[in-house]
Design a protein around this ligand. Sequence first.
Ligand code: GCB
Length: 595
Amino acid sequence: MLAVRDTSTRERKSLDGLWRFALDAAGAGHHEGWSDGLPAAAREMPVPASYNDVFPGAALHDHVGDAWYETTVRVPARWAGERIVLRFGSATHRAVVWVDGTRVAEHEGGYTPFEADVSDVVQPGAEARVVVVVNNVLTWQSIPPGYVEDTPDGPRQRYFHDFFNYAGIHRSVWLYTTPRAHVRDITVVTGLDGSTGTVAYEIEAGGGEGLDVHVALHDAAGAEVARASGSGGELEVADVHPWKPGEGYLYDLRVELRGDGDEVAVDAYTLPIGIRTVQVDGTRFLINGEPFYFRGFGKHEDSAVRGKGHDDVFMVHDFALLDWLGANSFRTSHYPYAEEVLEYADRHGIVVIDETAAVGLNMGLAGGIFGAQGFTTFSEQTVNDATQEVHRQAIRELIARDKNHPCVVLWSITNEPESDTPGSRAYFAPLAAEARRLDASRPVGFVNVMLAPPDKDVISDLFDVLMLNRYYGWYVDTGDLAAAERHLEDELDAWVDKHGKPIIMTEYGADTVGGLHGITPVPWNEEYQTALLEMSHRVFDRVDAVVGEQIWNFADFATTSGIMRVDGNKKGVFTRDRRPKAATAHLRRRWRGTP
Ligand code: GCB
């Protein structure tokens, strides 16, 4: 799916700003015709943002059910004759959209874009009313899963993942044009052969019968370096300048649809691409044929008041802090991040492990950490075939959106699922195969939980790399870093013996209250977080197969309430407002070599 861009043939108009907003816990809006306009009592709500923390009070914070949004947009008169599309970067977790009372789109899944062709619904020159109902309910058939408990005080959303269930219109909304005949999709796969780069491309056109496809590749200085025509083919780039970690060199692939002999494009779209390769070779992870070591974090899209609303200020600041520490990578734990984030990572040479929102498919873990529920993970009544279909669709949408980003080097199809039962193998084998079918150019992985060490895990053979979340020194061996060091190393050695695949440590860390110090490192103080990271790093340095360390977490983040969390998860090396904890000094030394 192409990102929204202005080009010589396309124009876009932002719908971001203040929308009218009303909660609808009872689901009345559907019967009372809110799709034609919200009740007069509606208040104003910023888009993009999570709605939960914008106004005080539990009604909004803990809302379960529908929330309605409405805005109007003037459709420029000059857009007459164009194809006009309404596009949402995301709406969490599902949405239905009406334009002037006509239902134009619905979408399941809170972290991927969707759009509707509204050319026949809007009038160029006139205003159009856009109404969206966003629903935040998690069920056994949603990704991520959850369930609603009916209590005497109303419905309560329960879920099995450790971040707050923020909801709303989290990313930008655009109205944009394309010509009626248009470039619908582009897929590139790049290669390197010595100093020659290759770009295999496929172009899908919509309504472009009789038009020819022309592609031209331009380097960062704007010079054309290759061209071709036809809807598929391969470009060769002599003296290629590869995309590399730390150096996000991009070419522009200019795609045009043109009539026979015409010089002027009917539609033009420019896709920035990076030429690089990714491979797994034994226990090494290679980018451009060279061993790559991941240094960085699992992150969250999370900040005060905005919740999960995309914000360019936090995005640029977070990347600046990654750079300040010498990090070279992060994982989009635990859902696809905003497209702007991937684009920024492309331009700045930051390596990304791209994850679906399939988190919390593990009742063993949910029972152990977040309070026993007694559910079975994979069953007719819980995570079942219908869930698997939603999960498959989530993988499709992630890959469709992010397949052309050079920063993305690895797909993570799920975080910490149950992976030690026959049911888990039956569930994941087809999903791993689906990810491979959709993209043969990148390795596929999943993130393994502590409850499924090498002697219990039954799915790691389906994947190319091992991604491990381990909390030695925190959830186990709490406060005993000597025992933690032994146990961590023993387990890593066992993984190496069993699988011989590269190991990326995708989570390790300690909850740490910013500002809490102790002369002795003990759990919760800043000294202990530093000591736990130092201990982990000593172990990683002794195990050759470890090809990456991504600390949990970049910054403190909001979670659901519970006795395990004090104002959220505190495993950040930055506080939620991005103040450094003491561990950042260790990281700067280790990752940047800065004293
Ligand atoms: C995990 C999860 C992550 C949690 C983290 C923790 O294993 O993947 O979502 O936040 O542990 O802090 O417990």
